[in-house]
Design a protein. Structure first.
Length: 123
């Protein structure tokens, strides 16, 4: 049986503010923004080059805004990715080096926590 992770819901308090952060600052692509009803709005955003998207919205999840932590985005060059996010106005950590990879951390306006990971050379 094959399974693919396609969409990860991210709980936010203000959909428009979160959408602006992810598209304008984090550089995600805006795939969908549909108001289904007064109770449901579905926004789907995809990081550049990713097969997996995130969803934001109203009536999508019951978890508190800011409660998602540790979502990882793998990048080829963590220093370049950090510089790009900083240039776009994202508050990012310094690069942290570990034997299992190099990391940069940032949060969205609600406090949902993200990590950029550069996997070490396996040679």
């Amino acid at each position: 049986m094959e399974m693919k992770l396609e969409v990860v819901p991210i709980p936010v308090s203000d959909v428009d503010r979160a959408k602006a952060f992810y598209t304008e600052q984090a550089g995600f692509n805006a795939d969908h923004d549909h108001v289904v009803s007064d109770e449901i709005r579905f926004v789907q955003l995809t990081p550049p080059g990713s097969a997996c998207s995130i969803s934001l919205g109203k009536g999508i999840v019951d978890t508190p805004p800011g409660s998602i932590q540790g979502v990882m985005l793998v990048v080829a060059d963590v220093h370049a990715a950090r510089a790009e996010l900083a240039r776009r106005g994202v508050e990012v950590s310094d690069v942290q080096e570990f034997p299992w990879g190099s990391f940069v951390f940032f949060s969205d306006p609600d406090g949902n926590g993200w990590a950029l990971q550069q996997i070490p050379d396996r040679n």
